[in-house]
Design a protein around this ligand. Structure first.
Ligand code: NDP
Length: 242
């Protein structure tokens, strides 16, 4: 049966791969992001995909998004996010103001955005539906404010699972390791760091966005209806590189 799926940050990278999967299954997919260009590009590829611009850290923008969405959402994928402070991860900020700004930006982008989106959509989620958060391997490593935000996301997901469970709605986290070919790391990683991330995997390769799709699809399926509040790592068996 066709479902209604919202993929936040669905214009690029992992979100795009996930959105394209559901659209190919015949589901109705809404994708969001702050920039309209990438969204339009994805929507142009499939009649099942609709693009709506939205900044998920902004409650007013989420209010406007609600007006654009169908009455019922079966699957919510909280994928929007990314490390807003990749270059200052060492935590060597001398200026406390800029340190605070950078730390807050990561919490906003990766934790608060997902919390606000789920809250905004809570009453629209269909019984038997599912929420999937895109976490990160960084949640289990010393990875600065980004890792802290993703760890917070995994913890906060436990609340979502508890609150929505009585309605038959599951809430789980898919936690990717290093995924190449997305805007996340593009032009931001030295060759040395890239090699270290690959060498840390058991599979000896970087992940690609399509590697994440199967885990999301499973957790959003009825086969996973008794799995909730869990974290599913999709990282090629990566061990910490820190
Ligand atoms: P991308 O940068 O390609 O995807 C991030 C998407 O989120 C973009 O489409 C971006 O669009 C959107 N986005 C970011 N902030 C907001 C916001 N405030 N409101 C709405 N949309 C937003 O990178 P990935 O595909 O790699 O990242 C997807 C998710 O996977 C992220 O949550 C990331 O943290 C996580 N992840 C990625 C890993 C990797 O190695 N690539 C590893 C582990 C986790 P726009 O800029 O137009 O808003």
């Amino acid at each position: 049966m066709s479902r209604t799926v919202l993929v936040t940050g669905g214009g690029t990278g992992i979100g795009r791969a996930v959105a394209e999967y559901f659209a190919a299954q015949g589901d109705t997919v809404v994708i969001t992001g702050r920039r309209s260009g990438p969204l339009k590009e994805v929507a142009a590829q499939s009649a099942n995909v609709r693009a709506v611009t939205c900044d998920h850290t902004d409650p007013d923008a989420l209010g406007r998004l609600l007006a654009e969405l169908p009455e019922h959402i079966d699957v919510l994928i909280n994928n929007a996010g990314g490390n807003t402070d990749l270059d200052a991860e060492s935590g060597s900020e001398a200026d406390l103001m800029s340190y605070a700004r950078a730390f807050r930006a990561n919490l906003e982008a990766n934790l608060i955005s997902a919390a606000l989106t789920t809250k905004a959509l809570e009453s629209r989620l269909s019984a038997g539906g599912s929420v999937v958060q895109i976490g990160s391997i960084a949640a289990d490593q010393a990875s600065g404010s980004y890792g802290a935000a993703k760890a917070g996301l995994a913890n906060w997901n436990l609340n979502v699972a508890a609150e929505l469970g009585p309605r038959g709605i599951t809430a789980n986290v898919v936690s990717p390791g290093y995924i190449a070919d997305t805007e996340f790391f593009r032009d931001r990683l030295s060759d040395e760091r890239r090699s270290a991330l690959v060498e840390a995997t058991a599979t000896g390769r970087a992940g690609v966005p399509s590697d994440i799709v199967g885990a999301v699809a499973f957790l959003a399926s009825s086969a996973a209806r008794h799995i909730t509040g869990q974290v599913l790592n999709v990282n090629g068996g990566a061990r910490s590189t820190r």
